[in-house]
Design a protein around this ligand. Sequence first.
Ligand SMILES: NC(=O)c1ccc[n+]([C@@H]2O[C@H](COP(=O)([O-])OP(=O)(O)OC[C@H]3O[C@@H](n4cnc5c(N)ncnc54)[C@H](O)[C@@H]3O)[C@@H](O)[C@H]2O)c1
Ligand SMILES: O=C(O)C(=O)C[C@]1(C(=O)O)C=C[C@@H](O)C=C1
Length: 306
Amino acid sequence: MSVIYDRVALIGLGLIASSMFWAMKRAGLAGEVTGYARSAETRDVAREIGLCDRVCDSAAEACKGADLVVLCVPVGAMEQVACDIAPVLKPGATVSDVGSVKKAVIDAVGPHLPAGVHFVPAHPLAGTEHSGPRSGFAELFDNRWTLIVPQDGSAREAVAKVEALWQGMGAHTEEMDAEHHDLVLAVTSHAPHLIAYTMVGVADDLRRVTDSEVIKYSAAGFRDFTRIAASDPTMWRDVFLNNKDATLEILGRFTEELFALQRAIRTGDGEHLHAYFTRTRAIRRSIIEAGQDTDAPDFGRGKRDG
Ligand SMILES: NC(=O)c1ccc[n+]([C@@H]2O[C@H](COP(=O)([O-])OP(=O)(O)OC[C@H]3O[C@@H](n4cnc5c(N)ncnc54)[C@H](O)[C@@H]3O)[C@@H](O)[C@H]2O)c1
Ligand SMILES: O=C(O)C(=O)C[C@]1(C(=O)O)C=C[C@@H](O)C=C1
């Protein structure tokens, strides 16, 4: 594949940025990649493992002369980074991000970007429970979706280049508007994470169960919850604070369904339970038939957090 951007800057050097770096290198999509993370420790690790061609000591230094800047920090840190880099952005450059929430990020970042800079938000629907500079791997985005959220007035050419970059990193791309994105992700990602955090929290509250039994007898279902509930606390705090309305809407519906199931159990309504579980089983099967097997190889899941 050929170079799409001569100079790319990655701000925030965790799971997503490091996976982007390795995926861009794998396909030869970028000339020079610079990087910056807030903590000196993360920058040292990045230098040690060769993450980025050049690791800089400020976000502005990393972004000077960049054709593409990708904000890979927690959603709540996006605005501050946008303020820090705005003065050095090159006219004609593109700024993108990988935040798990789109409307709040667009509202926070957009107003700080100078005229003549294109803003093309994006969200790769791929991740693991690990975080930090050592957690990334080139295959993370293979065969996964990346949603692109073009802005009014975004030049088509700038949007097409961001899409080409994600496709070059192995992803399928689709365009979506920010509000719809936030509602879809509240259903498919945000509410499920909150439920996993709750389930593991409940088990932890039942000390009797957790002292040793939770480890000894943890069944596959509960183990899946613990993997999700091990996800980065800062990232997920920011997701919920910034996708409040959609998450609360979905949690409201979830609670209603939970009460209906609770009632079916109490009243012995086996028909209700069976019909419900039959419907949900069909959803899992349709995901697998669509080629989105959730048991796909778990690249990198054994790796350590950075
Ligand atoms: N982890 C996932 O599954 C996943 C998937 C898709 C998108 N995302 C989104 O990608 C973004 C990054 O997530 P991640 O999983 O790579 O997180 P991470 O915790 O692995 O990495 C975040 C990085 O940002 C740095 N950082 C934090 N605040 C900063 C600041 N103010 N200035 C500069 N650097 C700062 C941290 O030091 C760290 O290097 C988040 O917005 C998240 O919502 C995450
Ligand atoms: O596999 C995981 O660990 C994930 O949770 C990844 C996941 C998801 O919910 O699917 C998490 C957050 C994102 O913004 C995108 C992907």
